[in-house]
Design a binder for this molecule. Structure first.
Ligand SMILES: [Zn+2]
Length: 176
């Protein structure tokens, strides 16, 4: 299942949208969830992040979709959307889930500011992807990424893309 940063909140959403509705019609339930997923995806694409379709987390230009930084697909604010490649999207989802984040009840503290430079951005990125190079708590990384203006994220993505291009595809030479 590609582009599922928050597949783990399906259950929460399903439960929420079927309150008071006896779980007696599984077919209808699945259908409703499909409609909801489609609607959420449509809304995400209706207001795409600015800049080229480059993964903001690794600079890749392949399999790019719009990811939801905090894991909430229903949160389509500009702060929460970022171009992500499929691989980073999945890894973020896994990290958020391990950290107990991305659920509908999760509250976030507003971050005072976004990443001021590429180094800070990469640290947040590595942290949200669960890479050993990152040293931030996942919730903090989510806040920093969300607080970074979309235009700035886009320029970080381009920088990362350029660095990757210079260094080739040697994964050991590229820290993200
Ligand atoms: Zn990526």
């Amino acid at each position: 299942m590609p582009f599922r940063l928050s597949s783990f909140d399906d259950a929460g959403r399903e439960i929420a949208s079927h309150k008071g509705n006896p779980a007696n019609n599984r077919g209808r339930k699945e259908e409703n969830r499909d409609v909801t997923d489609r609607a959420l995806r449509y809304r995400a694409h209706a207001n795409a992040p600015p800049g080229p379709r480059i993964c903001g987390l690794c600079g890749s230009t392949r399999n790019i979709d719009i990811g939801h930084i905090n894991g909430h697909e229903e949160d389509n604010s500009a702060a929460n959307k970022l171009y992500m490649c499929r691989s980073c999207n999945v890894r973020c989802g896994n990290t958020l889930r391990r950290a107990g984040l991305g659920r509908l009840t999760q509250q976030y503290n507003p971050a005072p500011e976004g990443a001021p430079n590429l180094g800070a951005w990469v640290n947040a990125v590595l942290s949200i992807k669960g890479d050993s190079g990152g040293n931030m708590p996942v919730a903090e990384a989510v806040d920093v990424i969300r607080a970074t203006p979309p235009s700035k994220r886009s320029s970080f993505a381009r920088e990362i893309w350029a660095i990757r291009r210079r260094r080739g595809t040697d994964r050991s030479a590229v820290p993200f």
